[in-house]
Design a protein around this ligand. Structure first.
Ligand code: ADP
Length: 257
């Protein structure tokens, strides 16, 4: 641990003494270093697509005007990287919104079947295009929660989006819900590539990726799971993951019923 030690001598009408103060600054230092790492990560993540856009634009200007096919490739590159910047900015804004002091969650009546329908609706086409089966399974009666509908939609969307992104054609993705005593268990299970055990402890950290190249290729920002974790905890719940390489992954969110 890091301790900050200060001492001062006291003279007070003949009384003499020393006051010593020891402050444990371990957590302060740790937060500072986390913040520094975060800023460095963000800068790096922003710089890469900006550099790609600039170099594509430069190439377009100087050399490929006469070759329309080559020009199209560079336009694609600009579009892809602009998209990446947009996702990154949206995720960063979402994280900062969640972390801000003004962030308030609603307590409204939420029907889980309704949330599942919305989320499946958002990803149905994308899953079909990739030949991924997207199903839901709710153990009746459909759980009702006093919670924040938008936050739950965001949590499940991020998990389903990941499953659809990382699973190959032919896989299936299942959203499930079940009430167990005082708790509601929501899960997004896939039959995709799975995640090596050694990555699991750090998976929910900002910008942590198992395979950075693959994540960027499929449009990942590295922030999706950290948003899931923040929101789940803000709702008084917990998120966890069970995964086996080559067999698939299950992300589980447990909330108070
Ligand atoms: P990203 O934007 O890179 O997807 P996330 O925070 O959402 O970032 O996820 C972190 C990493 O966890 C991903 O880069 C990916 O390697 C891994 N991952 C997340 N979900 C899955 C999944 N369903 N199957 C396999 N790997 C996954």
């Amino acid at each position: 641990r890091r301790l900050l030690v200060g001492a001062t001598a006291l003279h007070d009408e003949g009384d003499e003494g020393i006051i010593a103060v020891i402050v444990d600054v371990t957590d302060v230092r740790r937060l500072e270093s986390l913040r520094r790492d975060f800023v460095a990560n963000v800068s790096h993540e922003l710089r890469t697509p900006v550099a790609a856009v600039r170099s594509a634009a430069e190439t377009l200007r100087t050399s490929v005007v006469s070759d329309p096919n080559a020009a199209l490739r560079f336009v694609d590159m600009i579009e892809r990287n602009a998209q990446r910047l947009q996702s990154l900015i949206e995720d960063l804004l979402e994280l900062s919104r969640i972390e801000s002091k003004e962030f308030r969650l609603k307590r409204e009546r939420v029907d889980i079947a309704g949330v599942f329908n919305i989320v499946v609706g958002l990803f149905r086409e994308r899953a079909e295009r990739k030949q991924i089966r997207l199903d839901m399974r709710i153990v009746p009666p459909s759980p009702q929660l006093q919670s924040d509908q938008r936050a739950l939609e965001q949590i499940l969307s991020n998990l389903v989006e990941n499953a659809v992104k990382y699973c190959p054609a032919g896989s299936s993705v299942t959203l499930s819900a079940e009430t167990k005593g005082d708790f509601v268990r929501l899960a997004v299970e896939d039959t995709g590539p799975g995640i090596d055990e050694k990555h699991l402890p750090r998976l929910f950290e900002r910008f942590y990726r198992v395979d950075a190249g693959r994540s960027r290729e499929v449009g990942g920002t590295g922030l999706g799971l950290s948003i899931v974790k923040h929101l789940s905890e803000a709702l008084g719940g917990k998120v966890s993951v069970e995964s086996r390489l080559g067999q698939g992954s299950t992300f589980i969110v447990v909330l108070r019923a």
